[in-house]
Design a protein around this ligand. Structure first.
Ligand code: SF4
Length: 507
């Protein structure tokens, strides 16, 4: 497998007035072949970044911030930058390093910028839905918006707006842009209470950056300080650190912050009723992300230790399913006093490619993503630690693959409880009908997968591995207890099609 993805030409996206324009049809229509499904885990959502730093190359800093957030979205990337007079957006389909070059970054001059990398959870992976989403405002300026999360009241908002929109993020931008007589900051305070769902948002106009987060704080959004006094906001602390910023605090649930020449100020638009996504701890965030006083890496080690206490087994070695299973496997091995080794190697660059695999390649399935290390696996009784099971097909292929190179026994340990309910807040898992945890008992799942034993961490055990309390977490995909009311599933799917023929996308 080539380790280079073919680059698509990054179509110029800047109109003379600074607004975003359509890419070439070829670029707009070409969607990447998604091989990441062979790893089957829940798909990431989106990453957002913003920076206010006079005297710095904010476009390049945003580029590096997006690099640190690339795991949250690999379909498209974009940056909006302002020099105080003109707002310019550059975005395209592809990975961050495919969308931007030194030349395109050099053209993005200014002292404030936002960036976004996107994974669309409900289709419509196209240039027009790439972000930042640009809108002219009623007052004659412009705004650009980047959104992580998913709104569940899009039909209601579309009626309120009385205009078609193809994504929930476009609806947000349009609703914020329509207030003619107030500042963007004031428009956010007025309008954000209309949004129901999960949203961690960065917005830029010619002069200011704003960042706001839903009252439940479902997904992360953090503030950092640069050594020269500039400010940064980002989905994860790793993106703050990559540009030299120090984590200051979260954007609080229900808070909007504004950054301009007067510094940073915050105000509430709603009281906080925090329900942080439990799956951020399990899978979504990078191990070096810190949240609520805890580290994702340590939380995952704790999950592994907890699994070893809940489900010990007579085994020879512990191996992770890379990457999210790695720290948990280390924790399991330490608690159980077993050796830890890499029994599976991830083919890192195969996740998204523009090359269509042939039918015979498709039949390789998981082997396109993971390769077993015979020297580690052969003749051994394995504890295999993975983050989650969605449909079960990948776990089944994984067990077959390990047995094919001589595994004596395969004991699967999972750092999430069974996923039995879909996520409506921005994580693409599967429909309820596709979730193996929705209908089958654990023993039936074990039989389907073909492993010697299977244990999912208990919900209490998982929560105990994090610094959060249960009532401060969203656990809906495990429990069906949705902290933000969601219309019935069928109605929800109908809402997703609210833009006539264009599926709305979550970010
Ligand atoms: S339903 Fe699951 S994945 Fe979605 S926000 Fe809640 S905990 Fe996270």
């Amino acid at each position: 497998m080539s380790d280079h993805l073919p680059c698509r030409s990054a179509a110029s996206s800047n109109a003379p007035d600074g607004s975003a324009t359509a890419a070439t049809p070829a670029a707009a229509d070409l969607a990447p072949t998604d091989l990441s499904g062979y790893a089957e885990g829940p798909r990431e959502e989106c990453g957002v970044f913003g920076i206010y730093a006079p005297g710095e190359d904010v476009a390049t800093l945003t580029y590096f911030g997006l690099y640190a957030l690339q795991h949250r979205g690999q379909e498209s990337a974009g940056i909006a930058v302002s020099d105080g007079r003109r707002l310019v957006v550059h975005k395209d389909m592809g990975l961050v390093n495919q969308v931007f070059s030194e030349t395109s970054l050099a053209a993005l001059e200014g002292h404030l910028a936002i960036g976004h990398c996107r994974y669309s959870t409900t289709g419509a992976s196209s240039w027009v839905n790439a972000q930042p989403m640009y809108r002219e405002t009623s007052a004659g300026g412009g705004l650009a918006l980047g959104h992580n999360g998913n709104l569940v009241n899009t039909a209601e908002l579309a009626r309120e707006l009385d205009q078609p929109a193809s994504t929930d993020s476009e609806l947000m931008a349009a609703l914020l842009a329509r207030d003619v007589d107030v500042s963007l900051e004031e428009a956010i305070v007025r309008t954000a209470p209309l949004f129901t769902g999960a949203y961690s948002v960065v917005v830029i106009d010619e002069d200011r950056i704003h960042a706001f987060r839903d009252p439940h704080g479902v997904h992360p959004l953090q503030i950092g300080r640069l050594p020269n006094g500039g400010w940064v906001v980002a989905s994860e602390s790793s993106a703050l650190e990559i540009v030299g910023a120090v984590l200051v605090r979260d954007v609080e649930p229900g808070e909007v912050i504004t950054i301009d020449e007067n510094g940073l100020r915050g105000q509430r638009f709603a009281p906080a009723t925090t329900h942080y996504c439990l799956f951020e701890w399990v899978y979504l965030a990078r191990p070096d992300h810190r949240q609520d006083g805890g580290s994702v890496l340590y939380a995952r080690r704790n999950m592994g230790r907890q699994l070893a206490r809940e489900a010990p087994v007579d085994a020879d070695i512990v191996i992770p399913v890379p990457e999210a299973g790695r720290d948990a496997a280390a924790g399991y091995a330490a608690e159980a006093g077993l050796p830890f080794a890499d029994g599976l190697v991830k083919n890192r660059y195969v996740g998204r490619t523009f090359i269509q695999p042939t039918q015979s390649l498709r039949q390789l399935g998981i082997r396109l993503k993971l390769s077993p290390v015979r020297e580690v696996v052969e003749g051994r009784r394995l504890v295999v630690v993975d983050d989650s099971i969605v449909r079960g097909n990948t776990s089944r292929q994984l067990v077959e693959m390990l047995r094919s190179v001589g595994a004596a026994e395969v004991h699967l340990r999972i750092t999430a409880p069974p996923i039995a309910h879909p996520c409506y807040y921005g994580i693409d898992m599967a429909s309820r009908a596709e979730l193996i945890g929705a209908d089958l008992a654990v023993e039936e799942i074990r039989e389907f997968i073909g492993c010697d034993s299977l244990h999912y961490i208990t919900l209490d055990g998982l929560i105990g591995a994090t610094p959060n309390e249960r009532d401060g977490l969203c656990t809906a995909c495990f429990t069906g207890e949705y902290p933000i009311p969601v219309p019935g599933e069928h109605e929800q799917l109908a809402q997703i099609k609210f833009d006539f023929d264009t599926p709305a996308s979550a970010t």
